[in-house]
Write a protein that binds this ligand. Structure first.
Ligand SMILES: *Cc1c(COP(=O)(O)O)cnc(C)c1O
Length: 382
């Protein structure tokens, strides 16, 4: 029996009726853009996160673009300013940085969270640093409350790429409360690409912020730069979420806790089954709630491991095979080209070693089978 990496169809089987009812409601409403579903989704996500403003948008990449562009409009960011982000993140984190002429500074990843190494962030700070983009990669909060507080004090913007971690949380020592990722910094981008923990049936994303000025600029930019019809304050874009996706996402949001719980349970089973095996397992990070967007193991002979699993009908994936230092589209940028040997060597090593195992809707039996295969190839040859 084949084990797929992720079956979106299967993930929808238990909520099919709710999705169909939502689609019918939208079809019958006669409103397909900027309507009640988008507004309701925004307010439901605001309550979940505990932020003042959510702006539903077209996708995660656009969410990041709108955030950066909004800060540029306020004058808090300007072309040439430096934005730090982890060197091992997905390409979409960095594309908007480059698009607006900001300078990406690729920071060494932390090996327990796979997000930013915050000691490196503090060490690399310079007067040119105007923003730090924390990426909660694989569903693990990549956050350091003390460092974040210090950056805030210095007036540096904290932007979160929360595309992979909706529902993840961080225990904040100063107040004793748990804050969800996407509500930690100044503004956060969400993606609802179908494979994300909360996925639309198409493209969708959101911006979350408690800054009313940023929220209103983002909202305007996403709608041609206009808030009053035919009056355009900014040269904006069309980055709206449509009503149909918002209606689907409202269904998905109601099931977020059970989706996260299932991923957490699956991760626990893997960690238990693979304990003592000679591979690097993902860490359970203290003072956080992880939502396991990916379950990522590491081994220097990753390709052999992956091939063995494939021969046994087990699909896996690689997030990501090339570090940002190696992306052609970034080559030549001063901060990328600069000799930062250690950071790029570490990012290369991760790119060569990471392997994502199926985690979203696998059964306990399937996890046991996958784990047994990993252990058996270990005994043989790795
Ligand atoms: C998916 C993803 C994005 C982009 O989201 P889209 O909706 O696909 O545009 C950005 N950052 C990270 C880390 C992602 O995983």
């Amino acid at each position: 029996m084949e084990i797929p990496f992720l079956s979106l169809r299967e993930g929808h089987s238990s909520i099919e009726k709710e999705l169909c009812d939502s689609a019918r409601r939208v079809i019958e409403s006669g409103t397909y853009i900027n309507g009640p579903e988008t507004r309701a989704f925004a307010s439901e996500l605001e309550s979940l996160l505990g932020v003042a403003h959510v702006v539903p948008v077209s996708n995660g990449l656009d969410a990041l673009r709108l955030i950066l562009r909004a800060y540029i409009e306020t004058g808090r960011l300007a072309p040439g300013d430096e934005v730090m982000l982890p060197a091992n993140t997905y390409i979409a984190s960095v594309l908007p940085v480059v698009e607006f002429g900001l300078t990406p500074l690729l920071v060494r990843p932390d090996l327990s969270t796979y997000g930013l190494d915050w000691n490196e962030v503090m060490r690399l700070l310079s007067p040119k640093t105007k923003a730090v983009m924390a990426v909660h990669l694989y569903g693990t909060p990549g956050w350091d409350s003390a460092a974040a507080a210090e950056l805030k004090e210095r007036g540096i913007l904290l932007i979160e790429d929360n595309a992979q971690a909706i529902g993840a949380g961080v225990h904040i020592p100063a107040t004793g409360e748990v804050r969800l990722t996407g509500a930690l910094g100044d503004a956060a981008a969400f993606s609802f690409y179908p494979t994300k923990n909360i996925g639309a049936l198409g493209d969708a994303g959101a911006v979350a912020t408690s800054d009313p000025e940023i929220a209103s600029i983002v909202k305007s930019l996403a709608n041609y730069g206009s808030t009053v019809r035919y009056h355009n304050d900014y040269a904006g874009y069309n980055c709206r979420m449509d009503e149909l996706q918002a209606a689907f996402l409202r269904v998905k949001l109601r099931h977020l806790e059970s989706v996260s719980e299932k991923r957490r349970r699956n991760a626990e089973i893997y960690l238990h089954m693979l304990e003592g095996c000679d591979i690097i397992l993902p860490e359970t990070v203290p003072n956080t709630t992880q939502v396991w967007h990916q379950f990522v193991i590491r081994h220097p002979l990753r390709e052999r491991l992956r091939k063995h699993l494939a021969e046994k009908g087990i699909s896996s994936d690689i997030h990501y095979p090339l570090s940002l230092f190696r992306q052609k589209c970034l080559a030549g940028l001063p901060a990328v080209k600069a000799d930062r040997g250690e950071a790029s060597a570490l990012a290369d090593r991760l790119a060569a070693e990471v392997l994502s195992l199926p985690v979203a809707n696998v059964t306990e039996q399937q996890i046991c089978r996958i784990s047994d295969e990993i252990k058996s190839i270990h005994r043989q040859s790795l």
